[in-house]
Design a binder for this molecule. Sequence first.
Ligand code: V4E
Length: 226
Amino acid sequence: LPVKMSVEVERKFLCSDGTLKILEEIAVCMGQQQFHDQYFDTPEFELTLRDMWLRKRKGCWELKCPTATVNGTEDRSAEQSLAAALCTHYKEITNLPEIQQRVEEVFKKTCEDRESETAPSLGDESWLCRMNLVCFAEYVTVRRSFTLGDEGVQIDLDQADFGYHVGEIEVLIPEGGDVQSAQEKIRNAAHKLGLSEHERVEGKMNVYLKRYQPEHYAKLLSAHVL
Ligand code: V4E
């Protein structure tokens, strides 16, 4: 069976009191949750240097990686280009065998014992060891989620345990879906929230690595990943 994947199109923002007030007026609060994220890579940062982000959240594995397709930019208006520049988009893979296969492809080494192995139970994390993956970042986030309803736009307000607050406007689309129209929806939502068109905001990982893993951070900066 083909594995269903989605692409997350997202723009981060700093949530001022003013933004929060507007949000509470125009959006519907979907509740609050708390989760502990653990991110994994090899000691040489082979995944993150390829902009691949392997994490465990609430007992589930997720891999975020760049989308393969490159969108043509010729027909874009200045507004569309700006909307695109403020957004990121990543493919999200949540199926564990698919994640393991992607990671193996990166390392270009097949594990000899793979064929003979029976399917690992969900609790079996020997594959981490086999692929030399170690946890390089972990933090707890308290997230309040809102929806603008009509257009499938979700807004999250995140508070990380290392003292960083950040907002995210996000739209999920199927793989191969229309990234540009998702960016347009995000731009409209940002406009409704009164956000500045020019702010480029750091994500939690950015701040975390800068603060706690400066060597890793510097490598990602010079590889233009962050
Ligand atoms: C893709 C990525 C990272 C993985 C964490 O992604 P992010 O969406 O920031 O985390 P979170 O907790 O909000 O996950 P969600 O619940 O939305 O799935 S860490 C760094 N990146 C790349 C990246 C980038 N280059 N630029 C920006 C602004 N953000 C992320």
